[in-house]
Design a protein around this ligand. Structure first.
Ligand code: C2E
Ligand code: CA
Ligand code: CA
Ligand code: CA
Length: 278
């Protein structure tokens, strides 16, 4: 039994070792890609559920590694967060997203709004607010065009700190969305105190919506909750007409998902917008 236990421990250590090694390889590659400007952004439209007009975009970061394989952000963002690289990377995302807004304005799409994902590690960084201010000023765009998407994980900063921080962001004129709502661990008192404009229902609750309204129970609760708290409610991961129909009936405001468009690089986005707005 003893040797079996040791075997298990050896296996466990090895597994951990590989994991750590894999992470450090991933981080090295990410550093290099970032330094060599190999990361890029794609943009997914957000659509008003009634008018079907485009109301905004969400910027999502992409990394194609040296072998041409896409590394999903769900894999490299956590590594960037653990290492602190997310601070610089996140500022690059903000700058790039705002540059895109300026380019879009020149292309005749002036009023579009842009959501940018911001990790709690970035928010926690002491220079964040000043950097955000500087980037906005340099861009000369209306701050209202920018919206930061934060998840419920901001709760770990503590209610007072996070509400003060988000309040200062809001004072700049920048919007705030609570992302992946319903999957985190924040309490309703947080949601009540966070000065957010939008509530994004996580894809997990949208997946199984259908005409029999099976699976609609959570959406049925979250949509009026968001409205009560003065927020617009966005459904993420909408893939079918059926889901849109149910969401319309439930009073959802906006939708985002493959049904309308996948996240697209800038050139493709321009073509898509030209068609959508024709
Ligand atoms: P998220 O912010 O919840 O982004 C939505 C994710 O859902 C995106 O995955 C998007 O491509 C995907 N998606 C959109 N519509 C559909 C649909 O109809 N069906 C399905 N199955 N998926 C859909 P992506 O781009 O892989 O990003 C994953 C996560 O990585 C994001 O989740 C976000 O948490 C994080 N992330 C991405 N870019 C950034 C960034 O610039 N900064 C930070 N901090 N996090 C980022
Ligand atoms: Ca998001
Ligand atoms: Ca989300
Ligand atoms: Ca997510």
């Amino acid at each position: 039994a003893k040797s079996q236990g040791q075997g298990r421990i050896a296996w466990f250590t090895r597994a951990l070792g590989n994991d750590a090694k894999e992470r450090s390889t991933l981080l090295q590659g990410l550093h290099k890609a970032f330094d060599l400007n190999r990361l890029f952004l794609v943009y997914q439209p957000k659509v008003d559920i009634q008018s079907e007009q485009v109301v905004g975009l969400e910027a999502l970061v992409r990394w194609r590694d040296e072998n041409g394989h896409m590394v999903p952000p769900d894999r490299f963002i956590p590594v960037a967060e653990q290492s602190g690289l997310i601070v610089a990377l996140g500022l690059w995302v903000l700058r790039t997203a705002l540059q895109t807004l300026a380019q879009l304005a020149q292309a005749g799409h002036g009023q579009i709004q842009m959501g940018v994902n911001v990790s709690v590690v970035q928010l926690e960084h002491p220079g964040f607010l000043a950097e955000l201010k500087a980037i906005l000023q340099a861009s000369q765009l209306a701050p209202e065009q920018l919206e930061l998407e934060v998840t419920e994980s901001v709760a770990i900063l503590g209610l007072d700190r996070v509400s003060a921080l988000l309040e200062s962001i809001r004072e700049l004129g920048v919007g705030i969305a609570i992302d992946d709502f319903g999957t985190g661990f924040s309490s309703l008192s947080y949601i009540d105190r966070l000065p957010a404009h939008r509530l994004k229902i996580d894809r997990a609750f949208i997946e199984n919506l259908d005409s029999e309204h099976r699976g609609a129970r959570i959406a049925r609760i979250i949509i009026p909750l968001g409205h009560q708290l003065g927020m617009k409610v966005v459904a993420e991961g909408v893939e079918t007409r059926e889901q849109i129909k149910v969401l319309q009936e439930l009073g959802c405001d906006e939708v985002q998902g493959y049904f309308y468009a996948r996240p697209m690089p800038y050139d493709e986005l321009l073509t898509w917008l030209a068609k959508a707005r024709a």
